[in-house]
Design a protein around this ligand. Structure first.
Ligand code: PLP
Length: 430
């Protein structure tokens, strides 16, 4: 499969190049040249999740990645459970948070790490992955690449601006993972990473790559659990998916699955107060607004980067997008209420991101009276957000096992100014 840039002026590349480049040289995002329709085997066979992943990803990677490698990568990356929990007769939650960092980003990060590691084996230079994080991405990437030979991960995070649990997750792994605690904001971290990629002198001396959410290799694994959920529901009728959205990578994975042939009545793109997308669907213009801070902080994104991919999939036609996707934004007050109501009505505990997804599905049912089976994608474990969730439900949430060891371990980070020159010097000596 070839991948083209949404900006259209870069030459198309194969899977391996799209994986290592992340962003196309013209600043666009890579999209597959075609979207293969799923074969009979997919609809008939009783496949495990990793077999399903291999079946769905192979057409995109087959030029560069041998089938037996892909099979091994999928088996190793997706080795955790993906339970579907019913909330009532029509609604269920798909728990995507049983990976090591307790957020759905483990799917993408674990796949990407193993895939890069496979290609890296042929290269004689060590690969350095640079990643700026405001919290969840950094720990998923760090965990995914932990212990991978020939690859070093350097995480930049803003000092005092990530939660205590997130900081522990970022700074306690050791080994090939280094955390840089930057005296500045997330934007400073992101700027420093971008400066490194623009620095030709550095790039001649160090082999750099990034693992941010625009990488096509992060989207492919995120398409698999939509098909998985649909098959769990019987695999014969269209269903509804409600997705809590920030950068819209998760949703874009679902749209690919739909184009591959899985029937969907509607996708619901549920956002917090960062509601650029619902506004765009309403009036066809992407409003300019800065990100605001909310209790579903992993979705605090001003301009969602995957909007470019969604427009591209639908030929820039908003009315076509609206046929497939409904979208609403919800306030923190709505979200708090949904956490409480879900606990009372279903006995189920949700984190603030998943609560936004539940609100989206409810809104859709109000507007349409649809009683089609609906799945809310649950993107994080409520135990990652005890400070928000505990006071709302009035009970203590136990820390999941995966967090216990991070919390018990000693933080290890290198404190650094927000000057690019300091980062460069560090990269050249380490
Ligand atoms: C990243 C993240 C999201 C948003 O996902 P996108 O693919 O950026 O839309 C939602 N919930 C959680 C917990 C996340 O970490």
């Amino acid at each position: 499969m070839r991948f083209y840039s949404t900006k259209g002026s870069a030459i198309s590349v194969g899977f391996k190049d799209a994986l290592f480049q992340g962003l196309a040289p013209d600043g666009g995002l890579y999209m597959p040249a075609s979207i293969p329709v799923l074969g009979e085997n997919f609809f008939q066979a009783d496949l495990s999740f990793s077999e399903l992943a291999q079946e769905m990803i192979q057409p995109f990677s087959n030029d560069d990645l041998p089938k037996n490698e892909l099979i091994d990568i999928c088996a190793a990356a997706f080795d955790f459970p993906i339970p579907m929990v019913a909330l009532n007769d029509n609604d269920a939650v798909l728990e995507l948070f049983h990976g090591p960092t307790l957020a759905f980003k483990d799917f993408a990060a674990r796949f990407m790490a193993r895939t890069m590691s496979y290609f890296q084996a042929d290269m004689d230079q060590e690969l350095t992955i640079l990643v700026a994080t405001s919290g969840d991405t950094g720990s998923a990437v760090a965990n995914g690449f932990f212990g991978v030979e020939g690859i070093k991960v350097i995480i930049l995070y803003p000092s005092t601006k990530v939660s205590a649990i997130q900081e522990k997750q970022l700074t306690t792994l050791g080994g090939n993972i280094t955390a840089l605690e930057i005296e500045g904001t997330f934007d400073d971290c992101q700027r420093m990473v971008k400066d490194a990629f623009r620095d030709d002198d550095l790039r001649k001396r160090r082999h750099l790559s990034s693992a941010n959410s625009i990488n096509i290799a992060r989207l492919l694994p995120q398409s698999v659990y939509y098909a998985w959920a649909w098959k769990q529901c019987g695999g014969n009728k269209p269903i509804i998916f409600s997705v809590p959205c920030g950068n819209f990578g998760n949703l874009t994975g679902g749209l690919l699955t739909n184009k591959m042939g899985v029937p969907v009545e509607k996708f619901i793109a549920a956002t917090n107060s960062n509601d650029v997308f619902p506004k765009y669907l309403n009036n066809g213009v992407v409003p300019e607004q800065d990100a605001v801070q909310t209790i579903s902080n992993a979705m605090d994104v001003g301009v969602p980067s995957n909007l470019e991919r969604i427009k591209n999939l639908y030929n820039q036609d908003v009315s076509e997008i609206k046929q497939d996707i409904s979208s609403w934004g919800f306030s923190d007050a709505d979200t708090r209420h949904a956490i409480q109501a879900t606990r009372l009505e279903s006995g189920y505990l949700v984190d603030p991101h998943t609560a936004v997804g539940i609100l989206g599905l409810q809104k859709y049912r109000e507007k349409t009276n649809s009683s089609t089976k609906g799945i809310v994608l649950s993107t994080a474990h409520p135990g990652k957000f005890t400070d928000v969730v505990e006071p709302i439900v009035g009970e203590k949430i136990s820390f999941p096992d995966q967090l216990q060891s991070a919390i018990a371990n000693e933080k290890s980070a290198i404190f650094m100014s927000n000057q690019y020159s300091d980062l460069k010097e560090f990269l050249l000596v380490s």
